[in-house]
Design a protein around this ligand. Structure first.
Ligand code: NAG
Ligand code: NAG
Ligand code: NAG
Length: 372
């Protein structure tokens, strides 16, 4: 254990020019980029660890979720239904809460909602389905590991809160639904044909009217512009040995995880130790787009579809922000266009929509969005 770091530092000492280049960065990344790196405080880490341990512990006694037929078999007495946990990650008002109210209406036995709102922003707590659903939250910063922490807090809280949560969908205040709740629920929990990436064998096909095996809908890409830059954003060897470059992945932070994978994320300590370290430059990092796909790709690639169900438009965009739809663009045709997917029967959600889209979206909700 001792010899490798020792040899490494010894050879560094020998190569003075390299040491000269690297030492200031190793020693004080904060002073290098005083405006950007976000460090997570030890007390925040402790709080999270306590929560994550509770979630991991509570899972031991809960039902093995990746076997839904067993779930329904065990619970025939009171017959609780499997639910989808909707996890909203926000740092501003939930502009589309009236739309979500309509989406969820009449299905209260089939979902739970959890909201993580940046406590330094005065987020209005809406009535309706979001009422009482805000979880203890900590400050979040764009393109930093704080977004990973916030997502893990949501996952852990939802795991503890209700053993019936079998899918965990991460959304933001800029996301909108593209279908009715019924359609979403059926696609995730019942349909055999929804996911076209999945060649299910007979054994995996539906039992008792539900699919026998769930997959996580998470984008996992091994090729992308800037991947090397992102990998080395903490230093050339910073991710080693836990994450070799050929295992480093990228994908959208808006995903739908199975309970098994949500647990894997909450239980992880090894990769978190790597991904929580700050990067030299904020615009080269985006840990929240790497942590989840890398972790799940390393642990259970075949349990993931490798694509997301949240449509996003990256055409002609810069600075890491996708295209934002404005009120004038909202129409039934746009909704239909955004649903079109090469991977599944349809996208289920889309982003980003500006807050002024609420009215036009409400106007077309009944006849174009929730009509299925
Ligand atoms: C937060 O907003 C509410 C209403 O929007 C307002 O009454 C309250 O004073 C605000 N609080 C802070 C700390 O800005
Ligand atoms: C994506 O955004 C571009 C503008 O950058 C727009 O022209 C195009 O219509 C959008 N695509 C979809 C499917 O909405
Ligand atoms: C589907 O694939 C085609 C061909 O690669 C591509 O042109 C199109 O943009 C894709 N559609 C979506 C919605 O990603």
């Amino acid at each position: 254990m001792f010899s490798t770091p020792f040899v490494l530092s010894f050879s560094l000492l020998l190569s003075l020019p390299i040491l000269f280049l690297l030492a200031p960065r190793f020693l004080s990344p904060l002073q290098q980029q005083p405006q950007s790196p976000v460090l997570i405080s030890p007390s925040d880490e402790q709080d999270d660890l306590a929560l994550f341990n509770r979630a991991s512990g509570s899972a031991i006694n809960s039902i093995n979720n990746n076997n839904p037929s067993r779930f329904s078999h065990l619970s025939t007495g009171s017959n609780p239904k499997r639910k989808i946990a909707f996890l909203f990650l926000t740092n501003s008002d939930l502009h589309f809460s009236p739309l979500w109210d309509q989406f969820f209406k009449g299905n209260s036995h089939l979902y739970n909602i959890y909201v993580h709102a940046d406590p330094t922003v005065n987020v209005t707590r809406p009535h309706g389905v979001f009422e009482g659903r805000f979880i203890p939250a900590k400050r979040t910063y764009r393109a930093s590991a704080t977004l990973i922490s916030a997502t893990r807090r949501l996952l852990a809280t939802a795991i503890i809160d209700d053993p019936a949560n079998v899918f965990f969908a991460v959304l933001s205040q800029y996301c909108v639904p593209l279908h009715s709740f019924r359609y979403v629920y059926h696609s995730l929990l019942v349909s055999r044909s929804f996911d076209s990436s999945s060649a299910e064998t007979d054994a995996e096909l539906t039992r008792l009217g539900v699919r026998a095996k769930y997959k996580s809908f998470i984008e996992i890409l091994s090729k992308s512009r800037n991947l090397w830059k992102r990998y080395t954003a903490r230093g050339r060897f910073a991710m080693m040995p836990e994450v070799p470059y050929d295992q480093f992945r990228v994908g959208s932070q808006f995903f739908v995880l199975t309970r098994r994978h949500a647990l894997a994320v909450v239980k992880d300590r090894t990769l978190w130790r790597k991904f929580r370290s700050p990067c030299y430059k904020e615009d080269e990092c985006y840990p929240e787009e790497h942590y989840f796909p890398t972790l799940l790709s390393m642990t259970d690639p075949n349990g993931c579809t490798q694509y997301t169900l949240t449509r996003v438009n990256w055409t002609g965009t810069t600075k890491g922000h996708p295209y934002t739809y404005g009120a004038a663009e909202v129409s039934p045709e746009l909704i239909h266009r955004l649903r079109e997917s090469n991977h599944s029967e349809s996208y289920l959600f889309a982003r980003k929509f500006s807050p002024d889209c609420l009215k036009p979206l409400m106007d077309i909700a009944k006849k174009a969005i929730f009509r299925d």
